[in-house]
Design a protein around this ligand. Structure first.
Ligand SMILES: [Zn+2]
Length: 125
């Protein structure tokens, strides 16, 4: 399969973004506080949260009722699926760029290169 076909196939695999979620699921054992509950004698409840770390290190936690865990897990999977495909398409586009460059018979550097400083743009997280 050529690069353009591979790129097209990857684009078709992108899942819908409407439920996308960044973060991870964190499971903890907790006491609910009722003195008569089984957790008072050490049989703790499982509590699940969505944990999201922001730039600068702040962490946000959203505790999840049991019935929301499945859809949150799906949202996180969608996030990583997008990243994976983004990286693969980006790699294909680099190969396409190399092909285009080779077709032109290399870079016309010389003057342009000597004066140019390379600047790196900041990469996304
Ligand atoms: Zn309890």
């Amino acid at each position: 399969m050529n690069l353009l076909d591979r790129r097209q196939r990857l684009l078709a695999k992108l899942p819908p973004l409407d439920e996308v979620l960044r973060g991870s699921l964190v499971e903890r054992s907790v006491r609910c506080g009722k003195p008569s509950c089984r957790c008072a004698s050490g049989e703790l409840h499982g509590a699940v949260s969505l944990s999201v770390t922001h730039r600068g290190g702040r962490t946000e936690q959203i505790s999840l009722p049991h019935e929301l865990v499945v859809s949150v897990r799906k949202g996180i999977a969608v996030y990583w699926q997008w990243w994976k495909i983004l990286e693969q398409i980006s790699a294909i586009n680099r190969d396409l760029l190399r092909q285009q460059r080779a077709r032109r018979g290399g870079v016309e550097d010389g003057k342009a290169r000597r004066g140019a400083k390379s600047r790196k743009r900041r990469a996304p997280p």
